[in-house]
Design a protein. Structure first.
Length: 150
């Protein structure tokens, strides 16, 4: 019986050393700016965040427009990612919401941004791979609505 506890103790001690070494490494990477944050991988399905859209946004080209419009797009509730692109469109956004009403609000908010000329959305039928930052990308208000199930 003491052998079992001895093995258990050795395992705990080994795990403790391992965690201590890797915590020091992680802290070092944080201090150097390599690791900017540590997050949990949250499954959006339990929160009802099943509606995903990829939206192309075309804007009027003016001095400094990309940063300004990009920041405004990123500030919209439900928008997870914003990419400034070159080619036929200026921005591509990834949006995740619970229902059509929320999606309509997202699109209305995009079109209301000064300089946005046109949007074109595609709705995702099946996610092959996803970004784990679902909750982190929400405003406090949207997070409250989603987590409270309202």
């Amino acid at each position: 019986m003491s052998d079992r506890f001895g093995n258990f103790y050795d395992s705990v001690l080994s795990l403790s050393r391992y965690m201590s070494e890797h915590t020091a490494e992680l802290n070092n990477l944080k201090e150097r700016g390599v690791v900017t944050g540590v997050t949990a991988d949250v499954d959006p399905a339990p929160f009802g965040l099943a509606m995903v859209a990829i939206t192309e946004v075309s804007v009027t080209h003016e001095q400094g427009y990309s940063e300004e419009v990009g920041e405004q797009l990123a500030a919209i509730d439900g928008v997870e990612q914003v990419f400034y692109t070159m080619g036929d469109v200026d921005f591509v956004t990834i949006t995740r919401v619970q229902n059509r009403e929320q999606m309509n609000k997202v699109i209305e908010s995009m079109v209301a941004i000064d300089g946005v000329n046109e949007t074109s959305s595609r709705f995702v039928m099946n996610e092959i791979e996803r970004d784990p930052g679902v909750i982190a990308n929400m405003s406090d208000g949207m997070r409250d609505v989603v987590l409270d199930g309202e």
